[in-house]
Each structure stands twice: as structure tokens, then as C-alpha cells.
Design a protein around this ligand. Structure first.
Ligand SMILES: [Zn+2]
Length: 319
């Protein structure tokens, strides 16, 4: 840096992050329901990884999709994290208050020619996929790539231009994960029909502006990572390190989630629940710590934190 090259000024792809950046992690739940056991696991894994590295840990509430939100859920999540002693640094960031930064990111992609307006409907996308003999495909066929910029006046939908180059995600736990975005999901949505900025773009802008170096989250989000990685490349942001933790599944194999009606994690006996969470994270807390206060458990866990026990594991049964 400091030479002021044209590439710097234009913000083209830059070098990968210096490995000396101090660790900064985050937990970024959507307030679509209370903290359940699966999200506690992700929070604890992310918190332990950050604290074991003597790093910072931020809490960001991803409340940018009002139609999916549950009133009071953000407060419930914050209260539960506090009860479990998973304390964060600085103020809680509400993503909904960061729309200016998200819109600036979108504008930058439009200016760089990496995003374009789209006039398609779900129906016209399905028809286009039938025409190219991919009737079951919901991925975007690129129909509006060549629309003139004036088309932007007729729609709020904006898509990212994707690449046919495979994007490989190196993960600390999961096998290399590769996607060819142009094939699947195709040019993805950055701004929705309702005018809201899409999750993928908001996450990328916020992680960058908050200086996040390490993303530790559930493996159910691995599928989003190539899209986020692509946006980071286009915007000239450094690549964070990724660690995708297993997710909790119910006996029928379904992922424990707010959508499947997962119950709020009980905060009445946080020590026992935290002990179970540590077991699920592949750690072996001593039996005598069962039921101890969470802070005591986390102290033990920080001294022994070894996430590599979870290598290659995607699902864990609900204890
Ligand atoms: Zn289109």
C-alpha cells in the first residue's frame, strides 16, 4: 500500500489479507425467532474460536428482512447470549441501520459493471429454463445481462454478474467446496423486488467494514460462501478465513432451525446447556464441570479449544 497505484484507486481485486491482522470474529443471527440450541452452538463455537485467539467478537443482528422477522426476537437473542456469558465487544450492530453502506456497495458494483438491473419474473425465468432444456432449474439464465442501463428505471431488481471460473472455498473444517456460480445459482439477486438489499451483499459489506477476519458459522451457510467470496473479490475486500461448524439435526434428520419450529434454548440452567453445547462442539469437558456456571465452563473450554475434532462433520444429533 501507499504507492497509490491506479489499481488501488479503482479498488480492483487486491492482495489477500496479511496474516497478521488481529483476529476479529462475529455472530450474526437473524431475528426470525429466539436463540435455539443450534444457534447457541454456532455462537459458542464462534466465541470460543475468537477468545482462544485473544481476538474480538462482535454481535450483529441481521434485521434487514422485515417480512421474516419476529417481534422481540432480537431482544430474546441478546438476553440469551448474555445469560450464557457469551459476551461481545462494543455495541450490538443492527444491520437495518447500515443501509447507506449497503446501498453504496450496490452502487459500486453497478458503477464497475459487475451488477445490472433485471426485468425477469419467476415465470419468465422458468420459461427461459424450459427453452434451454433445463425445466427443473431455478437458476438464473442471464436473460437481462445485455439490457441497456436505462432499464434500471423500470425495475428495482439488481443482479450480480457471475463467472464461469470455479470458486473454491478453503474451510478450516470442511473439505474444499467449489461452485461455478454462473451455472448455479446464476447471476444472483443483490437488490430484491421489494427494494431490500439481499442478505449476501449486506453480509459482505458489513463483515468488511467491521474488519471481520474470521467467519465461524453453521455449515448450512457454506452454500452462500462462494457468492460472498465473489462479491468480496469484486469489491476488492480481503478474504476472511472460514470455519463452518456442523449443524444440529433432529432425529428425523431435519436441521434444527427456526423454520422447523425449534424451541428457544432454556436459560434456566445455562451451565448444563453450555456443557451439552461443548460436547456437541467435539470438546470433552470433565464430568465434574457439568452444571457449573457457564463462565467456568468457557474458561475450561478456552484452555482446551480444539475445533479440529469437528473436521468433516456436517450434522450432529440433538442431545
Ligand atoms: Zn432478468
Amino acid at each position: 500500500m501507499g504507492t497509490g497505484t491506479t489499481a488501488d484507486l479503482q479498488g480492483g481485486p487486491r492482495e489477500p489479507p496479511a496474516p497478521t491482522r488481529p483476529y476479529r470474529g462475529r455472530f450474526a443471527p437473524s431475528p426470525t425467532g429466539p436463540l435455539h440450541f443450534g444457534s447457541l452452538l454456532a455462537a459458542a463455537g464462534s466465541w470460543l474460536d475468537a477468545r482462544a485467539a485473544r481476538g474480538e467478537w462482535l454481535l450483529r443482528i441481521e434485521d434487514i428482512d422485515p417480512p421474516r422477522e419476529v417481534p422481540g426476537a432480537a431482544e430474546d437473542i441478546i438476553r440469551a447470549l448474555d445469560a450464557f456469558g457469551l459476551w461481545w465487544d462494543g455495541d450490538v450492530v443492527f444491520q437495518s441501520r447500515r443501509s447507506e453502506a449497503h446501498v453504496a456497495g450496490l452502487q459500486r458494483l453497478l458503477d464497475l459493471g459487475w451488477a445490472y438491473p433485471c426485468l425477469c419474473t419467476r415465470k419468465s425465468i422458468a420459461a427461459a429454463n424450459r427453452r434451454r432444456d433445463r425445466p427443473d432449474d431455478t437458476s438464473y439464465p442471464g436473460t437481462c445481462r445485455s439490457l441497456p442501463p436505462s432499464a434500471a428505471k423500470r425495475t428495482r431488481v439488481v443482479r450480480a454478474l457471475t463467472t464461469s471460473e470455479p470458486i473454491e472455498i478453503k474451510d478450516r473444517l470442511q473439505d474444499g467446496f467449489t461452485q461455478v456460480l454462473e451455472m448455479d445459482p446464476g447471476d444472483f439477486v443483490l437488490r430484491r423486488r421489494d427494494g431490500l438489499i439481499a442478505y449476501q451483499l449486506a453480509v459482505v459489506v458489513d463483515d468488511y467494514e467491521q474488519g471481520v477476519t474470521d467467519v465461524v458459522r453453521g455449515v448450512d451457510l457454506l452454500d452462500s460462501t462462494p457468492r460472498q467470496r465473489w462479491l468480496q473479490t469484486l469489491l476488492g475486500y480481503p478474504e476472511p478465513r472460514y470455519m463452518h461448524l456442523p449443524v444440529i439435526v433432529q432425529p428425523d434428520g431435519a436441521k434444527l432451525s427456526k423454520q422447523t419450529g425449534a424451541r428457544a434454548v432454556a436459560t434456566s440452567d445455562p451451565g448444563t446447556t453450555a456443557w451439552q453445547a461443548l460436547k456437541c462442539l467435539g470438546q470433552e469437558p470433565p464430568a465434574e464441570l457439568r452444571g457449573a456456571a457457564p463462565v467456568e465452563l468457557w474458561d475450561w473450554a478456552l484452555a482446551h479449544w480444539s475445533p479440529q475434532h469437528l473436521a468433516g462433520i456436517r450434522n450432529i444429533q440433538m442431545p
